[in-house]
Design a protein. Structure first.
Length: 327
């Protein structure tokens, strides 16, 4: 139970960043002094991180000296291209507060924003984006996920025939950037809420990247422009089946003949016996959204109901899988 909180705390205090920047192992006293913490608390935190294989310790005549593990250098330091720091902070400061009310979520079958933050649970993304700071945390967190998972899902199928791509709910644009890198003859339009688009333009997408454009709107309530391929990455799992059918029907109507839709989701086994990570994601959808994780057959059924055919499923063996439907 406390394992993630140990990692979150070390990230938030800057332990991994300090050890990377120092270039040499440090004592618990030195780390505590540099980070402004108690010596007793820091020593226990460091030892717990050693137990979790996040740090390594060396005993010398001067005492114990700590250094980052390779995993921590790659994934837990802010400066790493594959850093997961932002998603860790989002889980620590937002997601886990909703999980405190898991019993209530199971009893009621709805998200727990009202109990966790005192705001309405009727609009999940209004709650997620309740402040610019919270929206930034969420967008940065999602970007960090795609820094390690984006290539897997975008190469699950050959997407090179699709030149005009819309990334619905594309957020900070990390998946879009990966897409134009992999498929240089394609252009990607990020379709998202106006305030999300504004932040994405200002803080996440370099202005010299002309192959990425933006479209402001709410794809449930506004029209969806014509395109050859629509990417819905971690979108459908936020919503119930009715909302998913509604969105996919709009996408099918807008899609050019011969085009398609790519769903990027974490797929449950058909008997829902696993994977464990996906089962836990589904619990997280319960406390945070209106949706759930689904099996490949369940996503295929939703796609067929909207009119899509030639449905293919690729399990990547990583966190997220890919489902492609054609018009």
């Amino acid at each position: 139970f406390p394992y993630p909180q140990v990692m979150f705390t070390a990230c938030e205090l800057g332990v991994f960043d300090l050890l990377l920047e120092s270039g040499e192992p440090l004592s618990s006293d030195a780390i505590a002094a540099r980070l402004g913490t108690s010596t007793t608390g820091m020593e226990r935190l460091l030892d717990a991180c050693v137990g979790l294989k996040l740090l390594a310790v060396e005993l010398t005549q001067e005492g114990a000296l700590y250094r980052n593990s390779e995993i921590s250098n790659i994934y837990l330091t802010k400066s790493s291209p594959k850093s997961q720091y932002h998603i860790m902070m989002y889980y620590s400061n937002t997601v886990y507060l909703c999980w405190h009310y898991l019993v209530d979520a199971v009893r009621e079958g709805k998200n727990q924003y009202e109990r966790a933050f005192g705001i309405s649970s009727e609009d999940p993304f209004g709650a997620m984006y309740r402040s610019e700071e919270e929206m930034l945390k969420f967008m940065a967190g999602q970007n960090s996920v795609w820094s390690i998972c984006g290539r897997d899902v975008l190469t699950a199928f050959d997407l090179s025939p699709f030149r005009q791509i819309y990334d619905l709910g594309g957020g900070g644009g990390a998946l879009a950037r990966e897409c134009v890198s992999l498929y240089p003859n394609s252009t990607v339009t990020i379709y998202d809420l106006p305030k999300v688009v504004q932040v994405a333009k200002e803080q996440f997408t370099p202005p010299e990247e002309h192959r990425i454009t933006f479209h402001e709107g709410d794809f449930f309530n506004n029209s969806i422009p014509e395109a050859e391929l629509y990417i819905l990455s971690k979108i459908l799992h936020d919503w119930d089946d009715d909302k998913c059918r509604q969105l996919l029907a709009k996408v099918y109507k807008a899609c050019k003949p011969g085009g398609g839709v790519l769903l990027v989701e974490s797929l449950l086994n058909e008997d829902k016996s696993g994977p464990l990570e996906t089962q836990l994601y589904s619990m997280n959808m319960l406390v945070q959204t209106e949706g759930k994780e689904r099996t490949a057959a369940e996503y295929s059924k939703l796609l067929k109901a909207a009119g899509f055919g030639e449905i293919q499923v690729k399990r990547t063996g990583k966190l997220y899988d890919a489902v492609l439907g054609r018009k």
